[in-house]
Design a protein around this ligand. Structure first.
Ligand code: NAD
Ligand code: MN
Length: 358
């Protein structure tokens, strides 16, 4: 029997709540499948850990993670810790050194969920947003000087490397090639940002001829937001920089009903290091501890993790269970207009995976 070592980092706020739910569902799925085992080790890293130890994860944390087949992550962010400390201390501290440069964010309208767009039903909105995940605007370069004085300066420098640009664009082109619609949109902002973004475009221009079978177009990021709302069926795969895709994918999540359902895979495509799977959302300070967080984003992220591990059948079964729950209608969480708790949705998933009706 195949066996996979999974590092679970539930983290903060509702991240911890939905990852617990996801682990329960994954355990049920593995038991039912019978062909693979998951050995999940949970790490207590996050803001609570930070308040006790002055760091979000221990110094040997990365070394520990390298031994796993995949990482299942909740969220980093706590009202008692500044956001840039929690984010840089954990999520970015993992993605960047583990070369998880391809952040893949599927956005699809699931059956039973009514999105905010008129005349758009399941099947009409089926996108994958590919986000550069190790450099660009989130490279971490910059600084602050004269802190606290009137002449203080704050500097964030976006870093685009030719290699980092080409590898994410090629990743997205290959992904587009594997999908039925075979369409790719390059998102840019080279009208205003006239150095790095122009190189981003030039890099793309040099490689796109390797993909004559794809329908390719290019859009400025601001125009892309209107296209997502007004002409959603024209979009298939989108590739964008770290910041642009971060923003576009939250919009995409909202257009598919709620940020609570949106999944993401932080991939190291070469498999030199483990990849990391997490819901797109954060700690949700306004609802944490109430037991009402929507766990679907965490479940869908588990689907992406199983696909990456090569467990395609289990991934399909899990996705079908998610869609049965959303189409059922009576087990909707609050963010999708219902009143079901995290627990009730998780229990419904487990009942389905055990072969019962909801
Ligand atoms: P957020 O995603 O936590 O919340 C935005 C809104 O969406 C809130 O109203 C929240 O209640 C709602 N929401 C999010 N997920 C939901 C779910 N599963 N079910 C129901 N409602 C849900 O974003 P934010 O408020 O900008 O950030 C809060 C904290 O989380 C910050 O500290 C931020 O830095 C952190 N954060 C972390 C990550 C990460 O670790 N990957 C991602 C985003 C935000
Ligand atoms: Mn984000």
């Amino acid at each position: 029997m195949k066996s996979y070592a999974i590092a679970a980092i539930p983290g903060d706020g509702i991240g911890a709540e939905v990852i617990q739910a996801g682990m329960n569902v994954l355990k049920t799925l593995a038991a039912r499948d019978g062909n693979f085992q998951l050995h999940i080790e949970t790490f207590d890293w996050g803001s609570e850990y930070y308040l006790a130890n002055d760091c979000m994860m221990p110094a040997d944390g990365l070394e520990k993670l390298k031994k796993f087949d995949a990482i299942y992550f909740g969220s980093a962010g706590d009202p008692r810790v500044q956001d840039h400390i929690s984010l840089w201390g954990l999520r970015l501290a993992i993605c960047q050194p583990l070369e998880q440069y391809a952040n893949v964010r599927p956005a699809r309208l699931l059956p039973g969920i009514e999105g905010p767009l008129k005349n758009i039903g399941p099947g009409d909105l089926d996108w994958v947003i590919v986000r550069e995940n190790t450099e660009g605007e989130y490279a971490g370069a910059g600084g602050r000087i004269h802190q606290g004085f009137g002449h203080e300066i704050g500097l964030d420098v976006a870093i685009f490397t030719r290699e980092g640009t080409e590898r994410i664009q090629r990743f997205a082109l290959e992904l587009a090639r594997s999908r039925p619609a075979k369409k790719l949109t390059l998102v840019t902002k080279s009208n205003a940002q006239r150095h790095g973004m122009v190189m981003w475009d030039d890099t793309f221009a040099a490689i796109r001829e390797d993909y004559p079978d794809l329908t390719i177009d290019k859009m400025l990021v601001d125009a892309m937001t209107t296209r997502m709302v007004l002409d959603p069926t024209s979009i298939d795969v989108v590739v964008a920089t770290n910041l642009h895709a971060d923003i576009l994918s939250d919009l995409a999540a909202a257009l598919t009903g709620s940020i609570g359902i949106a999944p993401t895979a932080n991939l190291n495509p070469e498999r030199q290091f483990p990849s990391m799977f997490e819901p797109i959302h954060g700690s949700a300070f306004d609802i944490m501890g109430k037991g009402v967080a929507n766990p679907i984003g965490a479940f869908w992220s588990a689907v992406l993790m199983l696909e990456h591990l090569g467990e395609k059948i289990a991934a399909t079964i899990l996705m079908e269970a998610i869609e049965r729950v959303t189409s059922y209608g009576n087990i909707m969480p609050a963010d999708l207009g219902g009143s079901a708790t995290t627990r009730e949705i998780t229990d419904a998933m487990i009942r389905l995976l055990e072969g019962h009706n909801i």
